[in-house]
Write a protein that binds this ligand. Structure first.
Ligand code: HEC
Ligand code: HEC
Length: 297
């Protein structure tokens, strides 16, 4: 090889090195969120936030161990990837989120990033909440900041040695790559239902199968999954082909299936704390979304 050729190769390698360095720096930098966003103390925003927190099923994970109605956290979420503890999301200065500002809520819910730029584990379903509108996230923040602060220090996650918060850089990237284009809907009710199902209600977190590293299989949305020992039924077009919107509505309200059986396991929790408490319109929207394939028949 001539001197000239070698220096070209070297230049190329140096170039590649700097590109990789830049890419990895960009991956670690916190994403930009609206810096001018503000939390509100208005009663309206707080009421809206309270409703969104119900529709978002936050209490299923963040409830206090002793006080089930509070958001003091501490509940252990056991998964194939370790044990994660839902934090205290009351505005306590030391053990909760007392110092949080608007942008911290946007970073956490839409990007899975901590106020300092660190990473959350996806046991916090931030991939689903990523699709929430800014104003909805801010209303959620306004409501949480209006709560009575509760002191409760929650343990740090227990994960296998190979799994740490920095590994989430790669995980998030893989999850981004494997994300499918989401279809949009002209029908307003179906569109609202899709927003509740895919984002707020995070139905996919349980009902969509995952690959070996826990990333949802976007091509098999709602095709059913297993969670530890628990089998989670499919709720896709095929599985629900016999369900009418009324069947679905009733299931979301009281947990009764068309065959008269009642829901068990984790779905009980979802129905009790979440889908039975949302507005009739939003339940109709969910039903319209999940049974949309049946309408044309
Ligand atoms: C499936 C369980 C689950 C649900 C549902 C859930 N979270 Fe969480 N959340 C977690 C876990 C676990 C963490 C901590 C993740 C970690 O340790 O990296 C977390 C972290 C957070 C944090 C960061 C707190 C801190 O101190 O850093 C906030 C804020 C939060 N969640 C708010 C919400 C809101 C609002 C909702 C509902 C819209 C919600 N969560 C729904 C499990 C959940
Ligand atoms: C925390 C996990 C979890 C979440 C989140 C969840 N589900 Fe479920 N779901 C389950 C489990 C587990 C079952 C099976 C219950 C049983 O054994 O009866 C189930 C069952 C169902 C069924 C009955 C299916 C059948 O054929 O019997 C429907 C419909 C359903 N879920 C809809 C939803 C919708 C809509 C959402 C989002 C608003 C949702 N689920 C969120 C765990 C979950």
């Amino acid at each position: 090889m001539t001197q000239f050729a070698r220096s070209k190769v070297e230049l190329l390698l140096i170039g590649i090195f700097f590109v990789l360095l830049l890419v990895s720096l960009l991956l670690f930098l916190p994403p930009s969120v609206s810096g001018s966003a503000q939390l509100s103390e208005s009663e309206e925003a707080i009421e809206r936030g309270k409703y969104l927190v119900i529709a978002g099923g936050c209490i299923s994970c963040h409830r206090g161990e002793d006080e089930e109605e509070s958001f003091a956290g501490g509940l252990a979420l056991v998964s194939d990837f370790g044990t994660f503890y839902a934090p205290n999301i009351t505005p306590d200065m030391e053990t909760g989120i007392g110092s949080w500002e608007a942008k911290d809520f946007l970073l956490a819910l839409q990007h899975g990033r901590k106020p300092g730029g660190g990473f959350y584990y996806p046991a916090f379903p931030y991939r689903a909440y990523a699709g929430l509108r800014d104003e909805d996230v801010l209303d959620i923040g306004s409501y949480l900041m209006s709560l009575e602060p509760q002191r409760n220090a929650v343990s740090e996650a227990e994960t296998p040695v190979w799994l740490n918060r920095w590994a989430m850089v790669g995980w998030n990237l893989l999850a981004d790559i494997s994300e499918a284009d989401t279809e949009t809907f002209d029908d307003e009710l179906v569109a609202r239902g899709a927003y509740i199902a895919r984002n707020l209600g995070h139905c996919s977190e349980c009902h969509t199968p995952r690959n070996a590293v826990g990333i949802l299989d976007a091509n098999r949305e709602f095709a059913g999954a297993t969670l530890g020992e628990e089998v989670i039924e499919a709720i896709d077009a095929e599985a629900l082909s016999e369900w009418t919107t009324n069947n679905f509505d009733l299931f979301m309200l009281i947990g009764m299936k068309p065959d008269g059986e009642f829901a068990g396991g984790d779905m009980n929790d979802v129905i009790e704390h979440n889908t039975s408490k949302i507005s009739d319109e939003d339940r109709d929207a969910l039903a319209a979304f999940f049974t949309r394939h049946n309408q044309s028949e």
